[in-house]
Design a protein. Sequence first.
Length: 170
Amino acid sequence: MTLRDKIFSFRGRLRRRDYWLISLAIGIPLFFITDLLRLALFGPETSMLVSGFDGLKAAGLDSRCRWLTQVLSLAAFWPSLAMSAKRAHDRDTGARPILAMLVVVQLIEFGHQIFGRDSPFTGGLIGSLIVSVISLYLFVVVGCLDGTRGPNRYGPSPKGGDGDLASTFD
């Protein structure tokens, strides 16, 4: 499977190692790009790199910064959906529930960014609790649990081999 398939395709299986490495390879540059754009467009008081956590707090209070952050986070949304679907496939489960949870989290977080965390449009405290529970579940299921050994209905094991440990030493 090519890197492009790992990032953008919904077919096949993806091992945890690749999921985490690709997630970091997307997330870290996205953080710096977002912060540098906030620095360039809205000043040093909104940059975490310049002002530390005070910059993050100031950016959260500025609606323009929240919009910018949300728009840039959409760049990582498709890869997140595709890689999570493949991780579900690696565990020999369907991807629809995982994808639905990711969409719910993204919509609530989008509402939090645009309307604020206390807005009735985002469920306020209940919305934050929903995001926390779903995020914890996704972290465990997508990011921590091992896939099915050997081939399954979604394809061969991304780790290679047929899942039979004894045949590995033949």
